[in-house]
Design a protein. Structure first.
Length: 49
């Protein structure tokens, strides 16, 4: 397994059928990338802990 987290592209393309968001295995596998790009200063705050 790579040390680099998987890049989030789950919603990069149109989906044929929209479903409610679920924090499932697919989302969990790219969560580090999602949160790093979505929360300003996330890496800085985590490094300070």
């Amino acid at each position: 397994m790579s040390d680099k987290p998987a890049q989030d592209n789950l919603f990069a393309k149109p989906l044929p059928h929209l479903v409610d968001f679920a924090f499932d295995e697919q989302v969990a596998s790219v969560f580090p990338d999602m949160i790093r790009r979505s929360v300003p200063g996330y890496e800085t705050v985590i490094a300070m802990l």
